[in-house]
Design a protein around this ligand. Structure first.
Ligand SMILES: *Cc1c(COP(=O)(O)O)cnc(C)c1O
Length: 370
């Protein structure tokens, strides 16, 4: 059994993918070819944002808005300790300081009251200037954007939505990543909407911010390509990847439906099992980038599944404040008890739109017996 089955998806869309790739090989515009603008228009329409900028990865999609907002040394950027490394990594790359706030135990997303306290502590200490918040939609479920936008307004912070795992998920009927003034996503192959390499995109309704990020994407270029007006990146998306995402976008709506089917079956089959199931708040539709459950007996359940050739994975075994890379921030065990408890108990089950009901039932049976 596969943890994420990209082959079934490929066999469904193979002719379209091959034609899309051939078209790029024939027109030969491998960099910034026509598929880039076409994909940007389609993605912006899909999420309901005014502007989309395709780029080289989800990581660069998070870095570009920080650079555009001139976030740098002496600035604090608040984020969750329970995420993929890139969310706080970009803060350090921009020269600013990541400041963590604990998560909610049910959704694993930033806890708004913990965020307020973290901001207050930084304000009181007076050493760093609060500048931005990176909220992460972990495992495909949106964070609490009503509260988070309020907090960002109260403290004049730039709220960035890290929807690398949640492209197309909804919060109060609006699609990720359009819930914050700037949103980022990733098309890494294992994400809900993936390409066949690295890719990402940034979304915003702000035309000024959009223009700056378009410039940053290509070495800080100005109107004239030989006049660079700021320091930027080489953060373009390959035309080939854009052509691939365009094809995959055609079936994405249906794949989101299949993701709901798989999740519903897991919920039903595990309802009686002594494990903690994911929580999707009523105002959210999740795209389930991962289906994570919690148990005090994680190792035993994982071993039983492995025995039956069912792969599992742990996201995330170490919260960000305990990573060696952030040792200089002085994080200690006990700083973020909710994130730490989750990291000890959580594990992910196989999940993709092509998982069969019978396979789900078999996985759940093993869990119940273990
Ligand atoms: C995958 C991921 C990223 C980074 O995306 P890449 O395309 O791999 O650079 C950022 N944040 C989160 C939460 C992710 O899961």
């Amino acid at each position: 059994m596969q943890f994420i089955d990209l082959k079934s998806q490929y066999s469904r869309i193979q002719p379209g993918i091959e034609q899309a790739i051939s078209r790029v090989l024939e027109h030969g515009q491998y960099i910034m070819g026509p598929e880039i603008a076409e994909l940007e228009a389609r993605l912006a329409e899909f999420v309901g944002s005014a502007h989309c900028i395709c780029c080289s990865s989800g990581t660069d999609a998070l870095l570009m808005p920080l650079m555009a907002a001139k976030v740098g040394p002496g600035d604090a950027v608040f984020t969750t300790p329970f995420t993929f490394f890139a969310s706080p990594e970009v803060v350090a790359l921009a020269g600013a300081t990541p400041v963590f706030a604990d998560i909610r135990p049910d959704t694993y997303n930033l806890d708004p009251s913990a965020l307020r306290q973290a901001i207050e502590r930084v304000v009181q200490a007076g050493r760093l200037k609060p500048k931005a918040v990176i909220a992460v939609d972990l495992f495909g479920t949106c964070a609490d954007y009503r509260e988070l936008n309020q907090i960002a307004d109260d403290y004049s912070l730039l709220l960035i939505q890290d929807a690398a795992q949640a492209f197309g998920a909804t919060y109060r009927g609006e699609r990720a990543p359009s819930l914050a003034p700037v949103g980022a996503t990733s098309f890494f192959p294992a994400k809900p909407l993936g390409c066949y390499g690295d890719g990402g995109a940034v979304f915003t309704d702000d035309p000024g911010l959009c223009e700056i990020m378009r410039s940053i994407r290509i070495h800080g270029q100005g109107d004239d390509r030989y006049n660079n007006v700021r320091i930027g990146l080489n953060a373009r998306m390959d035309t080939l990847q854009a052509a691939i995402v365009l094809e995959k976008l055609r079936i994405y709506e249906d794949e989101i439906k299949q993701r709901q089917r798989v999740a519903a079956r897991y919920f039903e089959q595990l309802a009686e099992a002594p494990v903690k199931l994911p929580c999707v708040p009523g105002e959210c539709v999740s795209v389930f980038a991962q289906f994570c459950i919690e148990s005090d007996r994680r190792a035993e359940i994982q071993a039983a599944l492995r025995e039956a050739d069912v792969p599992t994975a742990v996201y995330y075994a170490k919260p960000m404040h305990l990573l060696d890379a952030f040792a200089d921030l002085g994080g200690r065990p006990g700083d973020f008890p909710v994130a730490e408890a989750a990291s000890r108990r959580i594990f992910a089950l196989p999940f993709h739109p092509y998982l069969q009901d019978a396979e789900i039932d078999r996985i759940c049976e093993i869990i119940k017996q273990a």
